[in-house]
Design a protein. Structure first.
Length: 279
């Protein structure tokens, strides 16, 4: 599928990329950090926000990157990062108002100096996460290649594989699309990326592809190639590195074929989304 072009807004109006999925373990933080690295390598100023204060994987990723720079005398680019924790208010309405205001203040602060803001959301439904979705210009939803994860988006008939109806996360995104349109007339480019694909095509993969393609037509998202199941993604986290950093002096001692293949997957994702990339 052809990529749409993504450009930053005017000064003070950054392009906001939200990584969203209400299920843990789908690779949101890994995806977020690779998108951040891709934008920084393209010479763009990037701010990042971690709304998953409990787990804080993106925050640890950024901190690991800073520490690796310091320990090895490197100058790998690091985003200006913020970490926000949801309020503990019992009232859903009050939480939405207060958390929405806090997130808006953070976006305004980062947007004054950065062309892009990447927001990593928690694997749960929170008021702050909903507000972040409504502010997205681009929404990226990593999805493990299984019907367990697809259930977050749609109910699927077990006999035919046909989509019965959208599930709660898809309905939430649809609601935030309407909220965005009412607020400023803007739209959300929603992209679902199939993650942890097996290296060999299986019957399950083919069935998943049919189901998710049908769903994309019904509820309006684009499909993007995700990342295969590779150990290298977990190894990179401890150093705060991404696969796009592998050619940087001092980042790794030697690139192997797995590194090269995984790096190409990242570049294909960036291209499909339409984010700027370094030549």
């Amino acid at each position: 599928m052809a990529a749409s072009s993504v450009t930053a807004g005017a000064v003070g109006k950054p392009h906001i990329v939200v990584i969203g999925n209400e299920k843990g373990g789908s690779g949101k933080s890994t995806t977020a950090m690779h998108l951040i690295a891709g934008l920084m390598q393209a010479g763009l100023d990037v701010g990042s926000i971690d709304l998953d204060a409990g787990q804080g994987t993106l925050s640890r990723y950024v901190e690991n990157r800073k520490q690796y720079n310091a320990a090895n005398g490197l100058r790998l680019k690091v985003p200006e990062h913020r970490r926000l924790e949801s309020s503990k208010l019992d009232s859903v309405h009050e939480a939405m108002v207060i958390d929405g205001s806090r997130l808006e203040a953070c976006i305004d602060e980062l947007g004054a100096a950065h062309a892009y803001i990447v927001i990593d959301t928690p694997g749960s439904d929170t008021a702050m996460s909903r507000h972040a979705h409504s502010r997205a210009d681009t929404l990226v939803t990593p999805l493990n290649d299984s019907y367990v994860d697809l259930d977050l988006l749609a109910s699927v008939d077990p006999d035919t594989g046909r989509v019965r109806h959208p599930s709660r996360y898809a309905e939430m995104v649809w609601g935030q699309k309407k909220a965005r349109a009412l607020r400023d007339g803007g739209s959300i480019d929603w992209i679902v990326m199939r993650n942890r694909l097996g290296t060999l095509e299986s019957r399950n993969q083919k069935a998943m592809e049919r189901s998710i393609t049908e769903l994309s037509r019904r509820i309006g998202f684009r499909l993007a190639p995700g990342f295969s199941e590779r150990v290298v993604f977990r190894e990179m986290f401890l150093k705060g590195l991404t696969l796009l950093d592998l050619r940087e002096p001092g980042a790794v001692s030697k690139m192997n074929m797995s590194h090269v293949a995984a790096r190409q997957e990242v570049r294909q994702l960036l291209g499909t989304i339409g984010l700027p990339m370094a030549e």
